[in-house]
Design a protein around this ligand. Structure first.
Ligand SMILES: Nc1ncnc2c1ncn2[C@@H]1O[C@H](COP(=O)(O)OP(=O)(O)O)[C@@H](O)[C@H]1O
Ligand SMILES: [Mg+2]
Length: 219
């Protein structure tokens, strides 16, 4: 089972949007997908409640700091996280997951907050890219804006890969309102630009079939 966690304590950076779309992406391939939501606001699970039966099924996993049970037969477990997690829980979830995605918005406050958070992640939690597949994703981007180039300068200065740039698009909001994702639409050609944004991220995740630590053991 591949476990993918969306992490960044900054609210509104896109954790739930990326979690739900990623869960729907894997479900659209006929895979057995669970969506765990640690946020008390339960945005991801509320989204799932709106999902209609004709759409590929995603299992709801209600998670909190005391309780986290998921079926062992899942192909993918997507973990959405809240603004704050206790250190112990954070450590536990980090060790459990194969891949961590950090969404960052092109805004001065978000760039600053991401800098602080990544610094903590690398130092306090001692994460290295050798042991964990961890990447950044720029979200809600409007290219050619000054702040986008500031975000690029920031991500260039960080020792983590920036894997994808997702543009600001009303499509996410439109589909989320019906428990759907950009991957659920039958007429995907209308969404081709939005879907194209995801290709580097899905390619990166699909190339990580086994966590690095396992790969190291095998080699
Ligand atoms: N790429 C995007 N384009 C347009 N709106 C987006 C995009 N990503 C997120 N949003 C919107 O931004 C808001 C915050 O996103 P959300 O995923 O809930 O963030 P988080 O879970 O990190 O708090 C939501 O209203 C969501 O629909
Ligand atoms: Mg959220």
């Amino acid at each position: 089972m591949q476990k993918i966690m969306l992490l960044n304590p900054k609210g509104g950076c896109g954790k739930s949007t990326i979690s739900t779309n990623l869960a729907a992406y894997y479900a659209s391939w006929g895979l057995n997908v669970g969506l765990a939501d640690f946020d008390p606001q339960k945005s991801s699970l509320n989204w799932l409640r709106l999902r209609t039966f004709d759409l590929p099924k995603i299992k709801a996993i209600n998670a909190n700091t005391e309780h986290f049970l998921y079926p062992e037969n899942l192909d993918y477990l997507i973990i959405d996280t809240p603004a704050s997690l206790e250190r112990e829980k954070m450590q536990q979830l980090i060790s459990l997951t194969n891949s961590i995605i950090i969404p960052i918005l092109p805004s001065p406050i978000d760039i600053q907050a991401a800098g602080y958070f990544i610094y903590q992640l690398l130092l306090k939690y001692r994460i290295t890219t050798e042991d964990k597949d961890i990447c950044m994703v720029a979200n809600r981007v409007r290219e050619r804006s000054h702040i986008y180039s500031e975000l690029m300068k920031f991500t260039d200065s960080i020792k983590l890969p920036l894997i994808a740039t997702l543009h600001d698009s009303q499509n996410y909001i439109k589909y989320a309102a019906k428990g759907a994702s950009i991957f659920d639409n039958k007429e995907q050609s209308a969404l081709s630009k939005t879907i194209e944004d995801w290709m580097p991220l899905t390619d990166w995740l699909n190339s990580k079939e086994l966590p690095n630590s396992y790969k190291k053991n095998i080699n």
